[in-house]
Write a protein that binds this ligand. Structure first.
Ligand code: CP
Ligand code: NVA
Length: 315
């Protein structure tokens, strides 16, 4: 869809040096410089939201969700509305009534950007292949880049810096772990992932993340937790893995983030979770409800980080 006249704040933002990113399918689609610029913009948008109230006036976003969502769907809809634009939702199967490439080419004609949550990562890649407008991965089986942006914003707010921090991810080497390895790792956070044997992060993603940052993969939670500023966990069975839940429950039980596990990190460590959380499984009620839990700061920052992302991609 054609680009309307840019609002003042968008023009001002474009005068900054880094080249404008065009999509966010994998975390690496944003350069480290772009992520730093996004974090700065997200902070300014959080402090002075009304300044940006018309920045994307007349812009429309397509929201395609193959899986359930509370945070991602609502924060994208709120984000575009708070920037003066609007969103349309499609909840049906993306690959049901017609080929993905036809769905993509329809949305490309009507809206200025596409946000897609998909089962298979290849679906969001296929959408991007057939469209000219920016495409945003709202979670695939491989990555959850929007979550990682809000997470690094939360860490920076809490510790005043990112470089030199250590984040221990305890549990499944899944989409959330992958995006943290890529996004936080590139910003100087040592990401240490502890999983049961057989549930380590994808080998290709690990290799890629190691090209850009310090990554430890271990089966020993104590090794990951030693000196950690943040302890992160996620569900043991992700959406689409429900049939493996019982088998996973047994394998992951020793990796529950309970008070004893949490105490192995630094005394000022924060607890992080992308949510939704399964209390009594990957985390205990005591840890997620403790004063050191920042899970709702993370959820809040989904909105601010995505507002900054939309402004960068759609302008
Ligand atoms: N964290 C996250 O992506 O939440 P939703 O699944 O509710 O969008
Ligand atoms: N790993 C989880 C994240 C949910 C936000 C999943 O994919 O279901």
């Amino acid at each position: 869809m054609a680009t309307p006249v840019l609002a003042d704040s968008v023009v001002a933002m474009n005068t900054l040096a880094a080249p404008a990113p065009r999509r966010l399918i994998s975390d690496l689609d944003l350069s480290a410089a772009s992520v730093e610029r996004l974090l700065d913009l997200a902070g300014r948008m959080k402090r002075t939201p009304l300044r940006y109230a018309q920045s994307l006036a007349g812009r429309y976003l397509s929201l395609l969700f193959e899986k359930p969502s509370l945070r991602t769907r609502l924060t994208f809809e709120l984000a575009i509305k708070q920037l003066g634009g609007d969103a349309v939702n499609y909840a049906g199967p993306i690959n049901g009534r017609e080929p993905v490439r036809d769905v993509a080419r329809n949305l490309d004609r009507w809206t200025h950007g596409i946000v897609a949550r998909v089962f298979s990562h290849s679906t969001v890649e296929e959408i991007a292949k057939w469209t000219h407008v920016p495409v945003i991965n709202a979670l695939s089986d491989l990555y959850h880049p929007c979550q990682a942006l809000a997470d690094v914003q939360t860490l920076e707010e809490r510790f005043g810096k990112l470089s030199g921090l250590k984040l221990a991810f305890i549990g499944d080497g899944n989409n959330v772990a992958h995006s943290l390895m890529l996004t936080a790792g590139r910003l100087g956070v040592h990401v240490a992932v502890a999983t049961p044997k057989g549930y380590e992060p994808n080998a290709d993603v690990t290799e890629e993340a190691r090209e850009h940052g310090r990554i430890t993969i271990t089966n020993d939670p104590a090794e990951a937790l030693d000196g950690a500023h943040a302890v992160y966990t996620d569900v043991w069975a992700s959406m689409g893995q429900e049939s493996e839940a019982a088998q996973r429950m047994a394998a992951f039980a020793p990796y529950q983030v309970n008070e004893e596990m949490f105490s192995k990190a630094r005394p000022d460590a924060v607890f992080m979770h992308c949510l939704p959380a399964h209390r009594g499984e990957e985390v205990t009620d005591a840890v997620i409800e403790s004063p050191r839990s920042v899970v709702f700061d993370q959820a809040e920052n989904r909105l601010h980080a995505q507002k900054a992302l939309l402004l960068m991609l759609l302008s």
